[in-house]
Design a protein around this ligand. Structure first.
Ligand code: A3P
Length: 316
């Protein structure tokens, strides 16, 4: 617990036992019962799966490629997160508060401390863009039959590495563990939002629902314009090939990395929020034993499910 920097106990939520910071208990019911609107667009992911990338994509498609506003207004204001503030691990929040409260960029947090994010979202005007890392089963049951949902999935091994660096970025002094220890916590479901395969499987099971669009990070990497066209179709938006190309350029890793309204880097750990932007980078972080553990982990978690990741051929 201490190694990963978490000092408060977690709670386990729902049938799958999703791990959440204890403070989530106070908000779980209100979130589950919140009113979903037909013109809402939700992006749901396990953390570090390409959420921010997809949010920027969707916001621009839905706002006639308004790059002017996109470069002026932070993404977290245009597309807020449902379960923030008191659900943010205290270590992370204290760090952000201590370092950034005076900056305009983080002023919104002041209000958010007093008011949970879901309450602000509930009163926000339509159309709402909502980001969450909560799995479908902890969200309002009417969600899929009411609003459009995009779920982004990513190879759990790359997620584990990326999640590790996120923790390093947020709490460099408190999170002293090496990746090998973090991986141990990850594969044993001891970190927020785990278990990851169950999380993704919930969306996978709904992949034929007309209001759910499932996209894999690896497919975004492989052919972004193609994936943008698929999202357009899902949202019922039409753009020309050249507009799609302009959007794809805006969404390129090096371009988003430079974009202060999208790159959520905080602290002085040297770790960037937009870190590597690659698929398969996990191989550099896993030794032979960890590779075997990862194989076992995936085999065990995928057993009995028809969920398949494009980067994990079965029988590998
Ligand atoms: P890495 O840490 O592997 O680089 P999220 O927004 O869900 O927290 O996901 C963050 C991950 O998405 C980070 O992964 C980040 O670099 C990656 N990412 C963000 N924008 C990207 C882009 N345009 N292309 C590729 N990867 C991107």
């Amino acid at each position: 617990k201490c190694l990963t920097g978490y000092t408060k106990p977690f709670v386990k939520c729902g049938k799958q036992g999703y791990v959440m910071p204890g403070a989530f208990k106070k908000h779980a019911e209100a979130i589950y019962n919140m009113e979903v609107r037909p013109d809402d667009i939700w992006v749901i992911t396990f953390p570090r799966s390409g959420t921010t990338w997809t949010q920027e994509l969707i916001w621009l498609l839905e706002n006639d490629l308004d790059f002017n506003t996109a470069v002026k207004k932070p993404l977290y204001e245009r597309f807020p997160m449902l379960e923030t503030t008191s659900q943010i691990p205290k270590i992370a929040f204290d760090l952000i508060k201590a370092n950034f409260m005076n900056l305009k960029h983080f002023q919104g947090l002041n209000e958010a401390v007093k008011r949970p994010s879901h309450e602000i979202i509930e009163q926000a005007p339509s159309p709402r863009f909502i980001k969450t890392h909560l799995p479908l089963s902890l969200l309002p049951p009417s969600l899929l039959n009411t609003a459009k949902v995009v779920y982004v999935a990513r190879d759990p091994r790359d997620v584990a590495v990326s999640y590790y660096y996120l923790h390093k970025m947020i709490a460099k002094n408190l999170m002293r563990c090496h990746f090998i220890h973090f991986w141990e916590a990850f594969r044993r479901d001891l970190l927020p939002y785990l278990p990851i395969v169950a999380h993704t499987n919930e969306a996978w099971n709904q992949r034929h629902h007309p209001n759910l669009h499932l996209v894999f990070y690896e497919e975004l990497i492989k052919d972004l314009p193609k994936e943008i066209r698929r999202v357009c179709k899902f949202l019922g938006r039409e753009y020309s090939d050249s507009e799609i190309q302009i959007l794809a350029n805006h969404l390129r890793f090096d371009s988003l990395r430079k974009n202060k309204n999208v790159n959520n880097t905080v602290g002085d750990s040297g770790v960037q929020f937009m870190r590597k932007g690659e698929a398969g980078g996990w191989k550099e972080h896993f030794d032979d034993k960890m590779v075997l553990q990862a194989d076992e982990f995936l085999e065990e978690r995928l057993c009995g499910l028809d969920l398949r990741y494009p980067s994990i051929p079965m029988g590998e």
